[in-house]
Design a protein around this ligand. Structure first.
Ligand SMILES: [Zn+2]
Length: 427
């Protein structure tokens, strides 16, 4: 395959200052060079792709998603209690067929492709879908198998082994990977989380769990009170209630002894941020889901000060508000915009780092994803922009639309390919 030069008026490597009239040289699946167009290595056997008035940047990494719930968009209006939302989604899931989950998953993947995502950590409630849906998208996937065992008689070891053996053949024939996702503290036993951790460590898998998502979860574990407690305790899910913050309990029961990806972490007790940092945990913040549930302010400053790696995710469309008659779409730009316009928001460049460099760290791919740099994988996106270079980060974070160009592992994505202006001449 001939190498490609992608030229864009602005290149945003993120690990280096923005480049005016920049270029990225790609060979096969790898970035060879990132430089001003005037100094990029040229030879005759190259395709020049001129993206014109654009910002070219690393593909976005979505660190928390539920693709199989995509078509639940708008089905659950914001409810007073988090536990009521859980009851509502359980009822929808029980009524859905395999086909509904599969359609939902694939339509969600398309939305991510068009909104600049190139890697996604997806929670798989219906792993039977994976052989059918993985080949349907060019996205890099970390499909984390959801594990719940509060009412299960199966041993945790069997549960985890069965989940992984179900996908063993698929994993051996596809570059995507499966991770493990013990769902939450209130739906899993200590033994199941430990078992998942051992298997994750053994195979170097992503391990992710919903942690300290709601005030109700914190009330349940801090003081054995609140609607979540009152719903779950009579069903026998009362372990650790009244013992401390969810993060303190996970630390005490050994679950932080691995660099986990903690989804949400909307409620922090005094020691929680330093506990997460000292155990090298990452946190996935989902701004629109956060707004939907009206959670307390996401305390990113405390997490960042402690040294926690903060990433961004879309969560599922079952927890994104509908605006007017428009059905919401999975969209990392919308997540970044939501965060950027929230109270005490991080700077745009910081938000972009969460969505790229930090995301790569959370999935143990700091050495080849999330940056535009020689030797890194060729995962890049472009958005149209004709403003000043000093406003480039701001423009990306507030972008509303579909990417004009996207390339994953050196391959241009589907119909987006036609939108790129292919030329063999210098601009
Ligand atoms: Zn989730």
């Amino acid at each position: 395959m001939p190498s490609k030069i992608l030229r864009s008026r602005i290149v945003l490597p993120l690990v280096a200052p923005p480049i005016e009239n920049g270029a990225v040289l790609i060979k096969d699946d790898t970035i060879i060079e990132v430089a001003p167009f005037s100094s990029i290595s040229r030879n005759e056997d190259q395709d020049l792709i001129d993206l014109g008035e654009s910002i070219l940047l690393p593909g976005l990494i979505n660190c928390h998603c539920h693709l199989d719930y995509t078509k639940m968009a708008g089905m659950i209006p914001p409810l007073k209690h988090f536990s009521d939302w859980i009851k509502a989604i359980i009822a929808i899931k029980a009524s859905w067929s395999y086909t509904e989950f599969a359609d939902s998953w694939i339509s969600g993947a398309r939305m991510l492709e068009r909104s600049g995502v190139t890697s996604v950590v997806d929670i798989e409630a219906v792993p039977e879908l994976l052989p059918e849906v993985w080949p349907a998208t060019p996205l890099r996937l970390w499909s984390c198998l959801e594990l719940i065992n509060v009412r299960s008689k199966t041993s945790p070891a069997t549960l985890v082994s069965d989940a992984l053996s179900q996908v063993a053949t698929l994993e051996s024939s596809h570059p995507n990977q499966c991770g493990l996702s013990p769902h939450a503290l209130y739906t899993t036993t200590d033994e199941l989380r430990q078992e998942a951790l051992h298997r994750a460590r053994h195979d170097q898998r992503v391990l992710t769990t919903h942690i300290a998502e709601s005030k109700e979860e914190s009330a349940m574990y801090q003081s054995a009170t609140g609607p979540l407690h009152d719903w779950l305790a009579p069903q026998g899910n009362a372990a650790h209630c009244g013992e401390g913050s969810p993060i303190a309990i996970l630390e005490r029961t050994g679950y932080l002894n691995y660099p986990i990806l903690a989804a949400h972490v909307n409620n922090l007790d005094a020691e929680d941020a330093s506990q997460l940092a000292s155990h090298h945990a990452s946190v996935a913040h989902c701004p629109r889901s956060h707004a939907y549930f009206n959670h307390p302010h996401f305390d990113w400053r405390s997490l960042q000060k402690a040294g926690v790696n903060i990433t961004l995710g879309t969560d599922s469309l079952a927890s994104v508000k509908t605006k007017g008659n428009t059905t919401p779409r999975l969209d990392m730009f919308a997540e970044m915009t939501c965060l950027a316009t929230s109270e005490s928001a991080p700077q745009p460049i910081e938000i972009l780092r969460w969505a790229t460099i930090n995301g790569a760290k959370a999935i143990f791919r700091s050495n080849d994803l999330g940056q535009l740099k020689g030797g890194f994988k060729a995962d890049l996106i472009a958005i149209p922009f004709n403003g000043p270079i000093t406003k480039a980060s701001e423009a990306v974070v507030s972008f509303d639309g579909e990417v004009s160009f996207s390339i994953i592992n050196g391959t241009m994505i589907g119909s987006l390919e036609q939108q790129a202006h292919l030329s063999s001449n210098s601009p």
